[in-house]
Write a protein that binds this ligand. Sequence first.
Ligand code: AMX
Length: 426
Amino acid sequence: MSKLKAKMEQIIPGMRDEIRSFVKEYGDKEVSSVNVKQVYGGMRGVRAMVCDTSNVPPDKGLIIRGIPLKDLFDKWPEEIFWLLCTGELPTKEEMKDLQKEYKKYGVVPDYVWKVLKAMPPDSHPMAMLDTAILAMEGESKFRAKYTKGMRKEDYWVPMLEDCIRILAVLPELAAGVYRLRYKKGKLIKPDPKLDWGANYVHMLGIKDPDGNFAKLMRLYLTLHCDHEGGNVSAHTCHCVGSALSDAYYAVSAGLNGLAGPLHGLANQECLKWVLEVMKKFKGAPSKEELEKFAWDTLNSGKVVPGYGHAVLRITDPRFDAFLAFGKEHCADDPVYQTVARVFEVVPGVLKQVKKIADPWPNVDAGSGSLLYKYGLTEFEYYTVLFSVSRTMGMASQLIVSRAWGEPIERPKSSTIEWLKEKVGAK
Ligand code: AMX
């Protein structure tokens, strides 16, 4: 038995008891209320779901299982997945065991490459990744066991196995999407000596003589891992999983949401915006030039990508981490310099637009410039990297939900007539 499964087996009975007795005793207590603005405003701020893997206080940013992200910057993504699932950081042996699991299952079946090669050559890399995961649905242990008959208490076991298998193949899938989509030559096999992040870099086939790209990749995969339960991808994955669709269905669905320009696609938009500025001003622009460009963007009805957030009201600590990495490893790079200057200028501009709740940079404002610097210049691809990381959060949430036996989601929708009557508007 894998060490992660053994650890979860220890934790789950206590978690189930805690939830059961809490709901029994306090089930009727109110925790949130909803007004008409929220009904029409994307349910913003309505507390109607649970997620214990992480939370995002607006004034602090991401906290994973009680640990602020800034205290986890040096952790490897394998450690983070363990933490998300169990609430504790793994020991060295536990992390090695998880890496062994990834290596055991990290083989992409040939039919997946055939499916991807059959797609139109200009397909978006996210469409390719999501299709690849869905194409593998037939591998699901959860579906096989459910079809045979399985007790509800055992749902989490094949869910964990499916999630490990998805995470195990994800770097190879994602790197394969890159090489096929951008005609980079033959697919590159995983190197069994490498960790999850370094293997991804190796399979992308981008040269990394000093190992700094692998360092950046580990940081990138750690920083994007999870962002509580209500964001579009996490919530979609969670909702699909609540119907007992297996992890291949649920993760692929969640990633389809991540592909939206207001969510994960913002990182491709962001670098595009930065490069447009540089093209227009023939290099790193001055503060005045930048300010004008930001206003022009807003006045043309577009958003300034990489800025603003549905929950955060501070500079995203993930942006801070990328900025610090850039300062240490590529302070002279003009794209990085532009990103740093945008940070000095854009919040001041956005603060003047009353309706914008958060003028500060989010995670996407800085990551692209670093990827670009290390040779990953196809920015349409960036959301795929985000996906590899965010799958850890979605997967851990699926495992935890099946472990405590969360029921199918079914909020109640309302018609405008019902709402008007309810608030006395007619
Ligand atoms: N540039 C221009 N306008 C912005 C803005 C920005 N960076 N951020 C918010 N606004 C606008 C909104 O479009 C909205 O306008 P509307 O009322 O005319 O539709 C208004 O300000 C109020 O929005 P809000 O309450 O501040 O934010 P929100 O919760 O509705 O949206 C987000 C949050 C992230 C979608 C928004 O800030 C945005 O579009 N930012 C740019 C895109 C981006 O960076 N997305 C990445 C998010 C992180 C992620 O998921 N990866």
